[in-house]
Design a protein around this ligand. Structure first.
Ligand code: NAD
Length: 458
Protein backbone atom coordinates (compact mmCIF):
# COMPACT_ATOMS: atom_id res chain seq x y z
CA UNK A 1 0.00 0.00 0.00
CA UNK A 2 1.20 3.53 -0.76
CA UNK A 3 1.44 6.88 0.95
CA UNK A 4 -0.69 9.20 -1.11
CA UNK A 5 -1.29 12.94 -0.84
CA UNK A 6 -4.15 14.60 -2.68
CA UNK A 7 -4.09 18.33 -3.40
CA UNK A 8 -7.58 19.85 -3.45
CA UNK A 9 -10.68 18.42 -1.79
CA UNK A 10 -13.35 19.30 -4.34
CA UNK A 11 -15.47 16.76 -6.21
CA UNK A 12 -12.42 15.16 -7.80
CA UNK A 13 -9.76 15.39 -5.09
CA UNK A 14 -11.90 14.45 -2.11
CA UNK A 15 -13.63 11.55 -3.84
CA UNK A 16 -10.29 10.23 -5.16
CA UNK A 17 -8.68 10.55 -1.72
CA UNK A 18 -11.55 8.80 0.03
CA UNK A 19 -11.60 5.98 -2.52
CA UNK A 20 -7.81 5.47 -2.33
CA UNK A 21 -8.19 5.21 1.46
CA UNK A 22 -11.05 2.76 1.03
CA UNK A 23 -8.69 0.61 -1.06
CA UNK A 24 -6.20 0.54 1.80
CA UNK A 25 -3.76 3.33 0.90
CA UNK A 26 -2.56 5.87 3.49
CA UNK A 27 -4.10 9.10 2.26
CA UNK A 28 -3.68 12.72 3.29
CA UNK A 29 -6.08 15.17 1.67
CA UNK A 30 -4.69 18.70 1.47
CA UNK A 31 -6.70 21.87 0.99
CA UNK A 32 -5.91 25.54 1.47
CA UNK A 33 -9.38 26.14 2.87
CA UNK A 34 -9.04 25.78 6.66
CA UNK A 35 -12.78 25.80 7.29
CA UNK A 36 -13.27 22.97 4.82
CA UNK A 37 -10.53 20.93 6.49
CA UNK A 38 -12.11 21.43 9.93
CA UNK A 39 -15.49 20.42 8.56
CA UNK A 40 -14.06 17.22 7.07
CA UNK A 41 -12.25 16.39 10.31
CA UNK A 42 -15.60 16.67 12.11
CA UNK A 43 -16.98 14.00 9.76
CA UNK A 44 -18.99 16.29 7.50
CA UNK A 45 -18.55 16.32 3.74
CA UNK A 46 -18.25 19.81 2.24
CA UNK A 47 -20.02 18.57 -0.90
CA UNK A 48 -23.13 16.52 -1.42
CA UNK A 49 -22.35 13.15 -3.02
CA UNK A 50 -24.17 9.89 -2.34
CA UNK A 51 -22.16 7.60 -0.02
CA UNK A 52 -19.24 10.01 0.36
CA UNK A 53 -19.73 11.07 3.95
CA UNK A 54 -20.04 7.49 5.22
CA UNK A 55 -16.77 6.50 3.55
CA UNK A 56 -15.09 9.65 4.89
CA UNK A 57 -16.05 8.79 8.46
CA UNK A 58 -15.16 5.10 8.07
CA UNK A 59 -11.68 5.75 6.69
CA UNK A 60 -10.94 8.67 9.00
CA UNK A 61 -11.74 6.47 11.99
CA UNK A 62 -9.62 3.59 10.65
CA UNK A 63 -6.68 5.99 10.28
CA UNK A 64 -6.35 5.57 6.48
CA UNK A 65 -7.52 9.09 5.79
CA UNK A 66 -6.33 12.47 7.09
CA UNK A 67 -7.16 16.06 6.24
CA UNK A 68 -4.78 18.97 6.54
CA UNK A 69 -3.73 22.39 5.32
CA UNK A 70 -0.09 21.50 6.08
CA UNK A 71 1.00 20.59 2.56
CA UNK A 72 4.70 20.37 3.43
CA UNK A 73 4.25 17.45 5.80
CA UNK A 74 1.78 15.76 3.46
CA UNK A 75 3.99 16.06 0.35
CA UNK A 76 7.41 15.42 1.82
CA UNK A 77 6.91 11.71 2.39
CA UNK A 78 4.33 10.81 -0.24
CA UNK A 79 4.96 8.10 -2.84
CA UNK A 80 2.46 9.82 -5.10
CA UNK A 81 0.80 13.23 -5.02
CA UNK A 82 -2.46 13.56 -6.92
CA UNK A 83 -3.47 17.05 -8.02
CA UNK A 84 -7.23 17.70 -8.08
CA UNK A 85 -7.42 21.49 -7.88
CA UNK A 86 -9.69 23.53 -10.15
CA UNK A 87 -8.86 24.61 -13.70
CA UNK A 88 -11.68 27.13 -14.21
CA UNK A 89 -12.49 28.92 -17.42
CA UNK A 90 -10.87 32.30 -18.07
CA UNK A 91 -12.69 35.08 -19.94
CA UNK A 92 -11.01 34.06 -23.22
CA UNK A 93 -12.14 30.43 -22.79
CA UNK A 94 -8.71 29.07 -21.85
CA UNK A 95 -8.14 27.03 -18.69
CA UNK A 96 -6.79 28.87 -15.66
CA UNK A 97 -3.72 26.89 -14.60
CA UNK A 98 -2.69 29.10 -11.70
CA UNK A 99 -3.96 26.66 -9.03
CA UNK A 100 -2.01 23.84 -10.67
CA UNK A 101 1.11 26.03 -10.77
CA UNK A 102 0.78 26.88 -7.07
CA UNK A 103 0.54 23.20 -6.12
CA UNK A 104 3.49 22.34 -8.41
CA UNK A 105 5.62 24.93 -6.66
CA UNK A 106 4.55 23.71 -3.22
CA UNK A 107 5.45 20.15 -4.23
CA UNK A 108 8.86 21.21 -5.58
CA UNK A 109 9.66 22.93 -2.31
CA UNK A 110 8.41 20.09 -0.08
CA UNK A 111 9.31 16.65 -1.47
CA UNK A 112 12.13 14.84 0.29
CA UNK A 113 12.00 11.49 -1.52
CA UNK A 114 11.32 10.19 -5.04
CA UNK A 115 7.69 10.66 -5.92
CA UNK A 116 5.19 10.64 -8.74
CA UNK A 117 3.00 13.69 -9.26
CA UNK A 118 -0.29 12.72 -10.86
CA UNK A 119 -2.45 15.37 -12.49
CA UNK A 120 -6.13 14.47 -12.14
CA UNK A 121 -7.41 17.95 -12.95
CA UNK A 122 -8.52 18.52 -16.53
CA UNK A 123 -5.68 20.35 -18.26
CA UNK A 124 -4.89 21.31 -21.85
CA UNK A 125 -2.65 18.98 -23.81
CA UNK A 126 0.99 19.67 -22.97
CA UNK A 127 0.33 20.93 -19.43
CA UNK A 128 1.84 17.85 -17.77
CA UNK A 129 5.12 18.51 -19.60
CA UNK A 130 5.12 22.05 -18.27
CA UNK A 131 4.23 20.95 -14.73
CA UNK A 132 7.17 18.55 -14.77
CA UNK A 133 9.52 21.26 -15.98
CA UNK A 134 8.16 23.72 -13.44
CA UNK A 135 8.73 21.27 -10.59
CA UNK A 136 12.28 20.57 -11.81
CA UNK A 137 12.97 24.30 -11.92
CA UNK A 138 11.93 24.81 -8.31
CA UNK A 139 13.00 21.48 -6.82
CA UNK A 140 14.82 21.98 -3.52
CA UNK A 141 16.01 18.44 -2.74
CA UNK A 142 17.90 15.98 -4.92
CA UNK A 143 15.04 13.56 -5.57
CA UNK A 144 13.33 12.07 -8.60
CA UNK A 145 9.98 13.65 -9.42
CA UNK A 146 7.99 12.69 -12.49
CA UNK A 147 4.59 13.79 -13.65
CA UNK A 148 1.81 11.51 -14.91
CA UNK A 149 -1.62 12.26 -16.29
CA UNK A 150 -4.63 10.48 -14.81
CA UNK A 151 -7.73 12.38 -15.94
CA UNK A 152 -10.94 11.95 -14.01
CA UNK A 153 -14.23 10.85 -15.59
CA UNK A 154 -16.58 10.79 -12.60
CA UNK A 155 -19.98 12.38 -12.93
CA UNK A 156 -21.24 14.56 -10.09
CA UNK A 157 -24.17 12.91 -8.38
CA UNK A 158 -22.60 9.45 -8.68
CA UNK A 159 -18.96 10.37 -8.00
CA UNK A 160 -18.13 7.64 -5.48
CA UNK A 161 -19.73 4.90 -7.54
CA UNK A 162 -18.06 6.18 -10.71
CA UNK A 163 -14.65 6.08 -9.02
CA UNK A 164 -14.99 2.64 -7.44
CA UNK A 165 -16.54 1.17 -10.59
CA UNK A 166 -14.92 3.32 -13.29
CA UNK A 167 -15.36 2.03 -16.84
CA UNK A 168 -11.69 2.74 -17.41
CA UNK A 169 -8.71 4.32 -15.71
CA UNK A 170 -6.57 6.36 -18.09
CA UNK A 171 -2.92 6.67 -17.17
CA UNK A 172 -0.56 8.78 -19.21
CA UNK A 173 3.11 8.31 -18.42
CA UNK A 174 6.54 8.86 -19.96
CA UNK A 175 8.48 6.12 -18.11
CA UNK A 176 8.09 2.50 -17.06
CA UNK A 177 8.63 3.55 -13.43
CA UNK A 178 5.69 5.98 -13.50
CA UNK A 179 3.46 3.54 -15.38
CA UNK A 180 4.14 0.67 -13.00
CA UNK A 181 3.67 2.80 -9.90
CA UNK A 182 0.30 4.11 -11.09
CA UNK A 183 -0.80 0.62 -12.08
CA UNK A 184 0.14 -0.63 -8.62
CA UNK A 185 -1.81 2.18 -6.93
CA UNK A 186 -4.91 1.30 -8.97
CA UNK A 187 -4.48 -2.48 -8.66
CA UNK A 188 -6.85 -2.89 -5.66
CA UNK A 189 -9.65 -1.22 -7.65
CA UNK A 190 -9.52 -4.06 -10.18
CA UNK A 191 -10.57 -1.82 -13.09
CA UNK A 192 -9.59 -1.76 -16.78
CA UNK A 193 -6.50 0.42 -17.20
CA UNK A 194 -5.63 2.13 -20.47
CA UNK A 195 -1.99 3.12 -20.52
CA UNK A 196 -0.93 5.80 -23.01
CA UNK A 197 1.51 8.70 -23.18
CA UNK A 198 0.84 11.89 -21.25
CA UNK A 199 -0.41 14.02 -24.12
CA UNK A 200 -2.81 11.34 -25.31
CA UNK A 201 -4.17 10.97 -21.78
CA UNK A 202 -4.77 14.71 -21.57
CA UNK A 203 -6.51 14.62 -24.95
CA UNK A 204 -8.67 11.59 -24.05
CA UNK A 205 -10.28 13.64 -21.28
CA UNK A 206 -11.19 16.59 -23.50
CA UNK A 207 -12.16 14.42 -26.45
CA UNK A 208 -14.49 12.37 -24.24
CA UNK A 209 -16.16 15.31 -22.51
CA UNK A 210 -16.55 17.29 -25.70
CA UNK A 211 -18.00 14.28 -27.50
CA UNK A 212 -20.67 14.00 -24.81
CA UNK A 213 -21.34 17.74 -24.97
CA UNK A 214 -21.65 17.42 -28.73
CA UNK A 215 -24.12 14.56 -28.37
CA UNK A 216 -26.29 16.68 -26.07
CA UNK A 217 -26.20 19.72 -28.33
CA UNK A 218 -26.92 17.57 -31.37
CA UNK A 219 -30.04 16.13 -29.72
CA UNK A 220 -31.12 19.61 -28.63
CA UNK A 221 -30.66 20.90 -32.14
CA UNK A 222 -32.72 18.01 -33.54
CA UNK A 223 -35.31 18.57 -30.78
CA UNK A 224 -35.80 22.17 -31.81
CA UNK A 225 -36.35 21.05 -35.39
CA UNK A 226 -38.73 18.32 -34.20
CA UNK A 227 -40.95 21.01 -32.70
CA UNK A 228 -41.08 22.84 -36.00
CA UNK A 229 -41.86 19.82 -38.14
CA UNK A 230 -44.17 17.93 -35.78
CA UNK A 231 -41.86 15.08 -34.73
CA UNK A 232 -41.33 13.95 -31.13
CA UNK A 233 -37.73 13.98 -29.89
CA UNK A 234 -38.30 11.21 -27.36
CA UNK A 235 -39.62 8.87 -30.05
CA UNK A 236 -36.77 9.93 -32.30
CA UNK A 237 -34.20 9.24 -29.55
CA UNK A 238 -35.76 5.87 -28.83
CA UNK A 239 -35.57 4.92 -32.47
CA UNK A 240 -31.95 6.03 -32.67
CA UNK A 241 -30.91 4.24 -29.47
CA UNK A 242 -31.29 0.74 -30.92
CA UNK A 243 -28.34 1.42 -33.18
CA UNK A 244 -25.29 0.24 -31.27
CA UNK A 245 -23.10 2.66 -33.18
CA UNK A 246 -25.13 5.51 -31.63
CA UNK A 247 -25.76 4.03 -28.19
CA UNK A 248 -28.67 4.71 -25.87
CA UNK A 249 -27.09 7.21 -23.46
CA UNK A 250 -26.90 10.99 -23.67
CA UNK A 251 -29.78 11.16 -26.14
CA UNK A 252 -32.09 13.19 -23.90
CA UNK A 253 -32.99 16.60 -25.20
CA UNK A 254 -33.34 19.31 -22.59
CA UNK A 255 -32.36 22.74 -21.45
CA UNK A 256 -28.68 22.37 -22.29
CA UNK A 257 -25.63 21.12 -20.50
CA UNK A 258 -24.19 22.81 -17.42
CA UNK A 259 -21.92 21.86 -14.56
CA UNK A 260 -18.27 22.43 -13.94
CA UNK A 261 -16.98 20.41 -16.89
CA UNK A 262 -18.77 20.42 -20.25
CA UNK A 263 -19.07 24.21 -20.62
CA UNK A 264 -15.45 24.91 -19.71
CA UNK A 265 -13.97 21.85 -21.40
CA UNK A 266 -15.62 22.62 -24.73
CA UNK A 267 -14.31 26.18 -24.59
CA UNK A 268 -10.83 25.08 -23.49
CA UNK A 269 -10.47 22.61 -26.37
CA UNK A 270 -11.76 25.18 -28.82
CA UNK A 271 -9.17 27.61 -27.45
CA UNK A 272 -6.38 25.03 -27.71
CA UNK A 273 -7.34 24.31 -31.32
CA UNK A 274 -7.28 28.01 -32.21
CA UNK A 275 -3.90 28.40 -30.54
CA UNK A 276 -2.65 25.68 -32.81
CA UNK A 277 -4.12 27.31 -35.89
CA UNK A 278 -7.03 24.90 -36.16
CA UNK A 279 -10.76 25.55 -36.08
CA UNK A 280 -12.70 22.87 -34.21
CA UNK A 281 -16.02 23.48 -35.92
CA UNK A 282 -17.99 20.65 -34.33
CA UNK A 283 -17.12 21.72 -30.78
CA UNK A 284 -17.83 25.34 -31.66
CA UNK A 285 -21.30 24.30 -32.83
CA UNK A 286 -21.92 22.41 -29.57
CA UNK A 287 -21.08 25.56 -27.61
CA UNK A 288 -23.32 27.78 -29.75
CA UNK A 289 -26.32 25.44 -29.59
CA UNK A 290 -25.97 25.13 -25.83
CA UNK A 291 -25.92 28.87 -25.33
CA UNK A 292 -29.23 29.23 -27.15
CA UNK A 293 -30.76 26.21 -25.47
CA UNK A 294 -30.29 27.45 -21.91
CA UNK A 295 -32.95 30.14 -22.26
CA UNK A 296 -35.20 28.28 -24.69
CA UNK A 297 -38.05 27.95 -22.20
CA UNK A 298 -37.80 31.53 -21.02
CA UNK A 299 -38.08 32.65 -24.64
CA UNK A 300 -41.14 30.43 -25.12
CA UNK A 301 -42.74 31.81 -21.97
CA UNK A 302 -41.93 35.39 -22.97
CA UNK A 303 -43.91 34.89 -26.16
CA UNK A 304 -46.84 33.59 -24.09
CA UNK A 305 -47.00 36.35 -21.44
CA UNK A 306 -47.18 40.10 -21.92
CA UNK A 307 -45.16 40.42 -18.73
CA UNK A 308 -44.03 38.38 -15.74
CA UNK A 309 -44.49 41.40 -13.51
CA UNK A 310 -46.39 40.41 -10.36
CA UNK A 311 -46.84 36.79 -11.45
CA UNK A 312 -46.03 33.95 -9.10
CA UNK A 313 -43.52 31.75 -10.88
CA UNK A 314 -42.51 28.36 -9.49
CA UNK A 315 -38.96 27.24 -10.19
CA UNK A 316 -38.39 23.53 -9.62
CA UNK A 317 -34.73 22.57 -9.43
CA UNK A 318 -31.75 24.91 -9.24
CA UNK A 319 -28.71 22.63 -9.52
CA UNK A 320 -27.25 21.76 -12.91
CA UNK A 321 -28.45 18.18 -12.44
CA UNK A 322 -29.96 16.01 -9.70
CA UNK A 323 -27.82 14.39 -7.01
CA UNK A 324 -25.51 17.36 -6.50
CA UNK A 325 -25.58 20.74 -4.79
CA UNK A 326 -23.39 22.19 -7.52
CA UNK A 327 -24.81 25.18 -9.38
CA UNK A 328 -21.96 25.86 -11.77
CA UNK A 329 -23.38 26.78 -15.20
CA UNK A 330 -26.87 25.62 -14.15
CA UNK A 331 -29.79 26.71 -16.37
CA UNK A 332 -31.40 28.29 -13.28
CA UNK A 333 -28.55 30.79 -13.03
CA UNK A 334 -29.42 32.15 -16.47
CA UNK A 335 -33.19 32.01 -16.26
CA UNK A 336 -33.90 33.20 -12.71
CA UNK A 337 -32.23 36.62 -13.24
CA UNK A 338 -34.21 37.08 -16.48
CA UNK A 339 -37.46 36.30 -14.66
CA UNK A 340 -36.55 38.58 -11.75
CA UNK A 341 -35.67 41.38 -14.16
CA UNK A 342 -39.17 41.02 -15.59
CA UNK A 343 -40.72 41.37 -12.13
CA UNK A 344 -41.60 37.73 -11.39
CA UNK A 345 -42.26 36.61 -7.81
CA UNK A 346 -40.23 33.43 -7.82
CA UNK A 347 -40.90 30.53 -5.46
CA UNK A 348 -37.93 28.23 -5.81
CA UNK A 349 -37.60 24.63 -4.68
CA UNK A 350 -34.47 22.50 -4.67
CA UNK A 351 -33.86 19.70 -2.16
CA UNK A 352 -30.15 20.46 -1.72
CA UNK A 353 -29.18 23.40 -3.93
CA UNK A 354 -31.29 26.21 -2.45
CA UNK A 355 -28.69 27.21 0.13
CA UNK A 356 -25.97 27.68 -2.47
CA UNK A 357 -28.37 29.49 -4.80
CA UNK A 358 -29.38 31.87 -1.98
CA UNK A 359 -25.73 32.91 -1.68
CA UNK A 360 -26.00 34.35 -5.21
CA UNK A 361 -29.65 35.44 -5.02
CA UNK A 362 -30.58 35.99 -1.37
CA UNK A 363 -34.23 35.68 -0.46
CA UNK A 364 -36.12 38.94 -0.99
CA UNK A 365 -36.52 41.63 -3.64
CA UNK A 366 -34.29 41.81 -6.72
CA UNK A 367 -35.09 44.76 -8.93
CA UNK A 368 -38.76 44.45 -9.88
CA UNK A 369 -38.94 40.81 -8.79
CA UNK A 370 -38.68 38.80 -5.63
CA UNK A 371 -37.38 35.36 -4.71
CA UNK A 372 -38.57 33.05 -1.92
CA UNK A 373 -37.15 29.59 -1.18
CA UNK A 374 -39.63 26.90 -0.20
CA UNK A 375 -39.20 23.44 1.27
CA UNK A 376 -41.68 21.52 -0.89
CA UNK A 377 -42.77 21.46 -4.51
CA UNK A 378 -46.34 21.98 -3.38
CA UNK A 379 -45.48 25.31 -1.74
CA UNK A 380 -43.75 26.41 -4.92
CA UNK A 381 -46.58 25.59 -7.32
CA UNK A 382 -49.51 26.56 -5.08
CA UNK A 383 -51.36 29.44 -6.79
CA UNK A 384 -48.51 29.89 -9.27
CA UNK A 385 -49.15 31.39 -12.70
CA UNK A 386 -46.33 29.47 -14.33
CA UNK A 387 -43.87 26.75 -13.42
CA UNK A 388 -40.36 26.14 -14.79
CA UNK A 389 -38.64 22.79 -14.32
CA UNK A 390 -34.86 23.05 -14.53
CA UNK A 391 -33.70 19.91 -12.66
CA UNK A 392 -35.29 16.46 -12.66
CA UNK A 393 -35.03 15.77 -8.93
CA UNK A 394 -37.04 12.77 -7.66
CA UNK A 395 -39.19 15.19 -5.65
CA UNK A 396 -40.09 17.00 -8.87
CA UNK A 397 -40.76 13.84 -10.84
CA UNK A 398 -43.08 12.71 -8.03
CA UNK A 399 -45.49 15.57 -8.80
CA UNK A 400 -48.38 14.21 -10.80
CA UNK A 401 -49.91 16.16 -13.70
CA UNK A 402 -53.17 16.54 -11.77
CA UNK A 403 -51.34 18.31 -8.93
CA UNK A 404 -50.38 21.14 -11.29
CA UNK A 405 -53.98 21.40 -12.35
CA UNK A 406 -55.27 21.40 -8.80
CA UNK A 407 -52.66 23.57 -7.11
CA UNK A 408 -51.64 26.18 -9.66
CA UNK A 409 -53.62 29.29 -10.39
CA UNK A 410 -52.91 28.73 -14.07
CA UNK A 411 -51.76 25.17 -14.81
CA UNK A 412 -48.89 26.13 -17.09
CA UNK A 413 -45.63 24.17 -17.03
CA UNK A 414 -42.35 24.78 -18.90
CA UNK A 415 -40.42 21.56 -18.57
CA UNK A 416 -36.72 21.71 -19.39
CA UNK A 417 -36.22 18.02 -18.64
CA UNK A 418 -39.12 16.39 -20.49
CA UNK A 419 -40.28 14.70 -17.29
CA UNK A 420 -43.91 14.22 -18.25
CA UNK A 421 -45.69 12.50 -21.08
CA UNK A 422 -47.43 14.99 -23.31
CA UNK A 423 -50.64 12.98 -23.35
CA UNK A 424 -50.82 12.77 -19.54
CA UNK A 425 -50.43 16.53 -19.26
CA UNK A 426 -53.11 16.95 -21.91
CA UNK A 427 -55.46 14.63 -20.03
CA UNK A 428 -54.82 16.54 -16.81
CA UNK A 429 -55.60 19.79 -18.65
CA UNK A 430 -52.22 21.29 -18.00
CA UNK A 431 -50.79 23.68 -20.54
CA UNK A 432 -47.41 22.11 -21.17
CA UNK A 433 -44.31 23.20 -23.06
CA UNK A 434 -41.31 20.93 -23.15
CA UNK A 435 -38.32 20.38 -25.43
CA UNK A 436 -38.70 18.87 -28.90
CA UNK A 437 -42.25 17.69 -28.39
CA UNK A 438 -45.74 18.87 -29.22
CA UNK A 439 -46.92 21.62 -26.89
CA UNK A 440 -50.16 21.16 -24.99
CA UNK A 441 -51.82 24.48 -25.58
CA UNK A 442 -54.13 26.17 -23.14
CA UNK A 443 -57.33 24.24 -22.69
CA UNK A 444 -60.59 25.54 -21.40
CA UNK A 445 -59.61 29.00 -22.57
CA UNK A 446 -62.48 30.77 -20.90
CA UNK A 447 -61.71 29.64 -17.35
CA UNK A 448 -57.99 29.91 -17.79
CA UNK A 449 -58.23 33.41 -19.19
CA UNK A 450 -60.33 34.59 -16.28
CA UNK A 451 -57.82 33.25 -13.83
CA UNK A 452 -54.95 34.91 -15.60
CA UNK A 453 -56.58 38.30 -15.40
CA UNK A 454 -57.07 37.78 -11.69
CA UNK A 455 -53.50 36.65 -11.22
CA UNK A 456 -52.08 39.61 -13.08
CA UNK A 457 -53.53 41.76 -10.34
CA UNK A 458 -52.24 39.44 -7.59
P1 NAD B 1 -13.40 22.17 -6.96
O1 NAD B 1 -13.39 23.61 -7.32
O2 NAD B 1 -14.65 21.55 -6.43
O3 NAD B 1 -12.25 21.90 -5.86
C1 NAD B 1 -10.95 22.40 -5.93
C2 NAD B 1 -10.36 22.41 -4.51
O4 NAD B 1 -8.98 22.71 -4.59
C3 NAD B 1 -10.98 23.46 -3.59
O5 NAD B 1 -11.41 22.85 -2.38
C4 NAD B 1 -9.83 24.44 -3.33
O6 NAD B 1 -9.87 25.03 -2.03
C5 NAD B 1 -8.64 23.51 -3.46
N1 NAD B 1 -7.32 24.16 -3.71
C6 NAD B 1 -7.04 25.25 -4.45
N2 NAD B 1 -5.71 25.52 -4.41
C7 NAD B 1 -5.14 24.56 -3.63
C8 NAD B 1 -3.82 24.28 -3.20
N3 NAD B 1 -2.77 25.04 -3.56
N4 NAD B 1 -3.61 23.21 -2.41
C9 NAD B 1 -4.63 22.42 -2.01
N5 NAD B 1 -5.92 22.65 -2.38
C10 NAD B 1 -6.16 23.68 -3.17
O7 NAD B 1 -12.89 21.40 -8.25
P2 NAD B 1 -13.45 20.03 -8.89
O8 NAD B 1 -14.83 20.19 -9.39
O9 NAD B 1 -13.12 18.91 -7.97
O10 NAD B 1 -12.51 19.95 -10.20
C11 NAD B 1 -11.11 19.77 -10.08
C12 NAD B 1 -10.56 19.43 -11.45
O11 NAD B 1 -11.08 18.18 -11.89
C13 NAD B 1 -10.90 20.42 -12.56
O12 NAD B 1 -9.83 20.48 -13.45
C14 NAD B 1 -12.09 19.78 -13.23
O13 NAD B 1 -12.21 20.17 -14.58
C15 NAD B 1 -11.75 18.32 -13.14
N6 NAD B 1 -12.91 17.42 -13.15
C16 NAD B 1 -14.02 17.75 -12.45
C17 NAD B 1 -15.10 16.87 -12.44
C18 NAD B 1 -16.37 17.22 -11.71
O14 NAD B 1 -17.37 16.55 -11.93
N7 NAD B 1 -16.38 18.21 -10.83
C19 NAD B 1 -15.04 15.66 -13.15
C20 NAD B 1 -13.87 15.36 -13.83
C21 NAD B 1 -12.81 16.25 -13.82
Amino acid sequence: MYKIAVAGTGYVGLVAGVCFAEMGHQVTCVDINQAKVELMKSGVSPIYEAGLQDLMVKNYESGNLKYTTDYQTAYKEADAIFIGVGTPEQPDGSANLSYIATVARQIAESVEKDCLVVVKSTVPVGTNDKVEQFIQDFLVNDVRVEVASNPEFLAQGSAVHDTLHAERVIIGTESKWAEELLQAIYKPFNLPIVSVNRRSAEMIKYASNDFLALKISYMNDIANLCELVGADIQDVAKGMSFDERIGSKFLNAGIGFGGSCFPKDTKALDYLAKQNGYELKTVQAAIDVNKEQKTMLYKKASRRFITFNGLKVAVLGLTFKPGTDDLREAASLENVPLLLEQGANIYAFDPVGAENFAKVHPEGPHGRGNITYVSTVEKAIKDANACFIFTEWGEVKAVTPSMYKELMRTPLVYDGRNIYSVSEMQQAQVEYHSIGRKAVERQNAKESNGRELQSARY
